[in-house]
Design a protein around this ligand. Sequence first.
Ligand SMILES: CC(=O)CC(=O)C(=O)O
Ligand SMILES: [Mg+2]
Length: 226
Amino acid sequence: MGLSAQMSTRNISRFWEWGRKIICVGRNYAEHAKELKNAVPTEPVLFLKPPSAYVREGSPIVLPFYSSNLHHEVELGVVIGKGGAAIPQSAAMEHVAGYALCLDMTARDVQDECKSKGLPWTLAKAFDTSCPVSEFIPKERVPEPGNVKLWLKVNSQLRQSGCTSDMIFSIPYLVSYISDFITLEEGDLILTGTPKGVSAVQEQDELQAGIDGLVTMTFTVERKDH
Ligand SMILES: CC(=O)CC(=O)C(=O)O
Ligand SMILES: [Mg+2]
């Protein structure tokens, strides 16, 4: 199939297949910043995951071989439907196609070491399967994205329960802020940060996460021979 034919069959509801950027916001919930003893930020903290981080239900989250403290972080993902740079906050929601429930899997021991050495978080955050995602949720189904309840259970035990109303920086603010530095493209995903309750997962754990009334998803954690 030629490139133009491939482009014409691309569907935003399978955004994870597009090979676009995953832009992550850190410390966007004050209670989470505090539980990790980080300062509450006055500007968004940004980092990236590559598209190879995506994993879908039916495939496992693979424990990175170099970590012994893998954490779950449940987050609302914002799927960009129209690209742009220097997008004003007033127009930001016109660039949003929809949402997805996402996990920002984090090798916390590796992140702590990187932080102490002043090094980037890439190996802590961007490894293969570090971004499990749900099905695409069209924006029409989420009339109030700033008031969405997220939860995550490990082996049926509730670990995280939060609401996007507690985000420090709103979705329009984040879209506008990010687009001042990084041009947004159709198919990009923004992870909006995690509420409190992050904790470690082990091999064979079952992670179930949901957005009230919209979506649930289930993943298992596996170790692979290295
Ligand atoms: C400290 C972190 O890992 C930041 C992060 O990813 C978050 O969601 O907050
Ligand atoms: Mg996160």
